[in-house]
Ligand binder design. Structure first.
Ligand code: HEC
Length: 167
């Protein structure tokens, strides 16, 4: 333990007569103090040069984890060509989801006619799949990708493509 002394610092005259002893700090307190300094130095070395941690790195890792946890945006199906079977399956998808805007005969209503050779977004099988998957939200065509999934989109695109205007 540190020794108490009766030495007085002697600035009582400046401080309303309050005097102060000049006692050394307790050893345990100084030990703790030097320990925190050593700890800080070692921690900084470990943080920057050994573990290579950083706030930017932690942020990037969290963003990557959050993105991985999100449902993946369905990709346009890699189905090269429509088949009669897929077009037949697509008819049912169309009747459930699309007739309200494109009409039961596909000749249009709120949405454009899908049986003629006029295409706003392209009339190839791949174009049609892309339009259905991504939608045209600004014009009222729904983004069907997350709703239907790639397989049903490939089927309904086959149906639309085979309805007369497909290129
Ligand atoms: C809420 C109404 C609505 C529904 C439901 C809807 N569509 Fe559309 N669709 C539209 C509108 C409006 C457009 C025109 C977008 C534009 O002007 O760019 C469109 C455009 C399209 C096009 C592009 C036409 C072109 O000329 O390029 C295709 C293909 C299409 N829709 C297919 C579908 C299919 C398949 C479904 C069902 C899964 C469907 N749509 C459901 C409103 C709808």
């Amino acid at each position: 333990m540190s020794k108490e002394t009766d030495k007085i610092l002697g600035h009582g005259a400046d401080n309303d007569g309050i005097e102060e002893y000049d006692n050394p700090l307790p050893t345990w307190w100084l030990g703790l103090f030097y320990f925190t300094i050593a700890w800080g130095v070692l921690y900084a070395i470990d943080y920057h040069f050994v573990s290579h941690r950083s706030q930017a790195g932690e942020y990037d890792a969290e963003v990557a984890a959050a993105l991985a946890a999100l449902p993946q945006r369905p990709q346009v199906a890699a189905i090269a060509a429509p088949t009669p079977a897929s077009a037949e399956a697509g008819k049912a998808v169309f009747e459930t989801n699309c007739v309200a805007c494109h009409g039961a005969d596909l000749r249009g209503g709120v949405g454009p006619n899908l049986t003629d050779a006029e295409w706003i977004h392209g009339g190839t099988y791949a174009d049609i799949q892309k339009t259905i998957t991504e939608g045209v939200p600004a014009k009222g065509m729904i983004t069907w990708g997350p709703i239907l999934g790639a397989e049903k989109i490939a089927q309904v695109a086959a149906y639309v493509h085979g309805a007369g205007g497909g290129q």
